[in-house]
Write a protein that binds this ligand. Sequence first.
Ligand code: 4AD
Ligand code: MG
Length: 444
Amino acid sequence: MVKVLSFARHSKEGKIVWIRQLKDFVGQEVEIRGWLYNKRSKGKIIFLIIRDGSGYVQAVGVKGESPDYVFDLYNKLTLESSIIVRGVVRQDARSPWGYELGLTGLEIIHIADEYPIQKKEHGVDFLMSHRHLWLRSRKQRAIMRVRNEVEKAVVDFFYERGFVRIDTPILTPTAAEGSTTLFSTQYFDLGTAYLAQTGQLYLEAAIFAHGLVYNFGPTFRAEKSKTRRHLTEFWMVEAEEAFYDNDDNIKLQEEFVSYLVQRALERCGEELKVLERDTSKLEKISPPFPRITYDEAIELLQKKGFDTQWGDDFGGDEETAISEEFEKPVFVMDYPKKIKAFYMKEHPERAELVKCADLIAPEGYGEIIGGSQREDDYDKLLARIEEFGLPVEHYQWYLDLRRYGSVPHSGFGLGLERTIAWICGVPHVRETIPFPRMLYRIYP
Ligand code: 4AD
Ligand code: MG
């Protein structure tokens, strides 16, 4: 667990605390401000379960002990009403939260209308249309908290290793990951601008200033795919490393992914329990990860009955089939040039391949990292840009990087939502981002 600073604010009536702080106030009267999660009564006793964002707690009112007016207010309370609850903190081994409040006071801030999300099962479409409310639910809260922890771990990992964070632009003049998934917008009198599909090319410029760099931010792909792994707006972490070849790059990736998983295990035990995640599978995630070549992956798929041919790219089903063979994430290395991006470095022994690796998560969560060594030779890179039919004038600055002190270098990009989906064990990436954007959804 992380240590959170513990302090109390004060109202006229006493101490206002967050539920997560209750352990520091046993025996004292405190005030909790939050929302009614549930209520029930039994004879002379009422139970209010309150959530305040930091946790859940039950307040218990007993006729004759708690003031009479709270029993009238109790009857008016609807689920999700906002309330102020006062009570004396006591330790309670039977409570799922460890502590409860002996109710001494109650104030209503707002009586909620009938809440649309009930305990019964709702369809995903209904829940997605009520995402602004669904976020309050226990599982959704748990997922966002894992995301929060993993985001912090991303920054810590790179900071500890001397990487400099470079915030790359979102509005860009060019494509980097293929022209079919670009969102465009008119940019004043300067023509069309595109929402960034990657910050990689800009990170490459920054290694010449800092050596080791990374970025972390929203990324856009006009993906026409309606799968459980695709969003049109997602968060990507990208690293770029001067003087790293593809093997160095891969070692960094397995360390990085293991670090994220171990951090979630260390600090999000409660959340993973709420999500009913089988954590024994995550405990195995440590370096080294298995590595296979693209050629071997094709062989493996054909043996498993796929009619995938050499030269084909892998879809979700192929990735799932590959992942079934391994307990850890697996690197698939050295893909055919023609199915990869223009900037990847040609394989020194087989010109039809590039020096790259995709990292496929276990348990069918798909490709979580795409990475490669970069083409550092000016002439080869120019030829690739032309082969791809890209407008060379837009890439002059990028070609400059191969004119002024070019060095071997590598990098990779990790998809945050796919990584969170895997760690949390939720099948669809739409639950791993607060407000998902997909082919058929931009509301709310
Ligand atoms: O493999 P990709 O396209 O690689 C790049 O963009 C490189 N420029 C990264 C780099 O080398 N700096 O994307 C990287 C990762 C994928 O492995 C996947 O995890 C995630 O980004 N990703 C998506 N996640 C959700 N929805 C989508 N539509 C995604 N597209 C890619
Ligand atoms: Mg990829």
